[in-house]
Write a protein that binds this ligand. Structure first.
Ligand SMILES: NC(=O)c1ccc[n+]([C@@H]2O[C@H](COP(=O)([O-])OP(=O)(O)OC[C@H]3O[C@@H](n4cnc5c(N)ncnc54)[C@H](O)[C@@H]3O)[C@@H](O)[C@H]2O)c1
Length: 451
């Protein structure tokens, strides 16, 4: 099928590349000229395992191209994905101005009475945005085509559930595909588009049953995305709260999580206690849902509590450092990891940023080592932190280390050699990622979260 993807960030680029790999003809549109230049040269602007290779092979086959020309994309696409950012506004509401600009742009480039097209909201948008996008597309069309016959199109909500760090894998191995629309023709085109994924053509385990397709109305599909992220964020906040109680009563939250996670009604995923959730989705999606609830006269108390537990959790590492080092002024703290989770270069709302800001405020010097940030030199607006090129240089003259991101590489660092370089071998394990007994045997004062 002919596909146009508008916005080539973590979602848009992965979607475009995976659809091209599935046999579709894809044009990716982005208004960032630098990004488009980079992608045309065969390089991915983001770090995502497996993405560059797949992108290059699709380019060689001629099934994907990159452009800044929205008109060309709209002309090409029988299915058009809107995959631009919806960042949070200061009041928690979702900033939909990029979606609005794209919807208007699509409208002004549609041709009246032409072939039926599907406009897909892939961006996470506030509930009710499906009808709003339709209205903006029509406004854009009417402004550009006075008196022309109406274009034929439908809006579908197709929320994205990929996880950064395993986005390509998740796209080919989804737990479900959610399609929100009342128009049968649009739904059948979407099912045709996803057929190779639904039938697990590119899945690791081809024996698995077909991917379930959940068909809903527009608003319910939009709600599915928010409710899923709010649930996962609340689950993490729940286990973090249990960890804080464990810390006080002397229980081990790792054992407790195993004990409750084996209950199939609860499940073991998202039960790892630590220094809190972050990233580009959970914080903004939970805030947006709280905001929407408020707009409609409902106070989402449970979600507000999940946010407030999370805000407190980010300060836990500071409390533990103060308890170990007492005065932080004049001390040097080394952060192991900067990105909000492993296998991504994404720093949006990463707990490391809160730590850097608070440690600086308390007069400590902050150093960091991150497998991606240190190697690529990508700084993503980082300031007040010395980014070191290897773990030994990080440990050198540190009064404490804080493990912030559970990169797999951090399991096998030479912690013995690092301890010898430190002023004081203190390890605050913000992800309960290391073996306490082993760390203590290497001479560390080891402190986890709730253990
Ligand atoms: N990142 C994730 O893990 C994830 C997961 C699920 C859903 N989402 C949702 O998907 C959406 C996109 O997220 P993302 O992380 O990919 O965003 P991103 O910020 O990484 O990418 C957005 C892209 O859109 C481009 N863009 C902005 N305005 C444009 C315009 N007018 N025309 C063309 N291109 C334009 C930007 O240049 C950028 O490349 C958001 O709504 C987000 O909430 C993200």
């Amino acid at each position: 099928m002919r596909v146009c993807v508008i916005g080539t960030g973590y979602v848009g680029l992965v979607t475009g590349v995976c659809l091209a790999h599935s046999g579709h003809q894809v044009i990716c549109v982005d208004n960032n000229e630098e990004k488009v230049k980079l992608m045309r040269s065969g390089q991915s602007p983001i770090y995502e395992p497996g993405l560059s290779e797949l992108m290059q092979s699709s380019m060689q086959k001629g099934s994907i191209e990159f452009t800044t020309d929205l008109a060309a994309g709209v002309d090409h696409g029988e299915i058009m994905f809107i995959a631009v950012g919806t960042p949070p506004l200061p009041n928690g509401e979702s900033d939909t101005r990029y979606v609005e600009a794209v919807a208007r742009g699509i409208g002004s480039n549609l041709k009246g009475g032409s072939e039926f097209k599907v406009i897909v909201n892939k961006s996470t948008v506030p509930i009710g945005s499906g009808d709003w996008v339709r209205m903006i597309v029509m406004d854009g069309f009417n402004e550009a085509n006075e008196g022309a016959s109406e274009p034929s199109f439908a809006v579908v909500s197709n929320p994205e559930f990929l996880r950064e760090g395993s986005a390509v894998h998740d796209t080919f191995n989804p737990d479900r595909i959610v399609l929100g629309s009342n128009e049968a023709q649009a739904l059948s085109m979407m099912e045709k588009l996803y057929q190779p994924i639904i039938t697990r053509e590119f899945a690791e385990d081809k024996e698995l049953p077909q991917v379930p397709v959940v068909k809903t109305d527009l608003s319910s599909a939009e709600m599915v995305k928010y409710a899923a992220n709010a649930f996962l964020a609340t689950k993490i906040s729940f286990v973090n709260e249990v960890a804080n109680i464990c810390d006080r009563v002397g229980a081990d939250v790792v054992q407790v999580a195993q004990g409750i996670g084996l209950d199939s009604r609860i499940g073991g995923k998202f039960l790892q206690a630590g220094i809190g959730w972050g990233g580009s989705c959970f914080p903004k999606d939970v805030s947006a849902l709280i905001h929407t609830a408020n707009d409609y006269g409902y106070e989402a108390q449970l979600m507000k509590s999940a946010v407030s537990v999370n805000q407190h959790q980010r300060t836990i590492a500071i409390e533990k450092l103060q308890s170990e080092l007492k005065i932080l002024k004049g001390k040097t703290v080394g952060l192991l990891g900067l990105t909000f989770k492993p296998d991504t270069d994404d720093m949006r709302d990463a707990p490391a940023l809160t730590l850097i800001e608070q440690l600086n405020r308390l007069g400590a010097k902050v150093k960091a080592y991150d497998p991606i940030v240190s190697q690529t030199g990508m700084r993503h607006g980082l300031s007040n932190v010395y980014v070191e090129t290897d773990p030994e240089r990080l440990a050198d003259s540190c009064d404490a280390l804080v493990l912030v991101t559970d990169w797999s590489q951090f399991k096998t660092l030479d912690y013995g050699a690092m301890a010898k370089l430190m002023n004081m071998p203190v390890m605050i394990d913000g992800r309960n990622f290391l073996d306490p007994t082993e760390m203590r045997s290497l001479g560390y004062r080891y402190v986890g979260v709730g253990r």
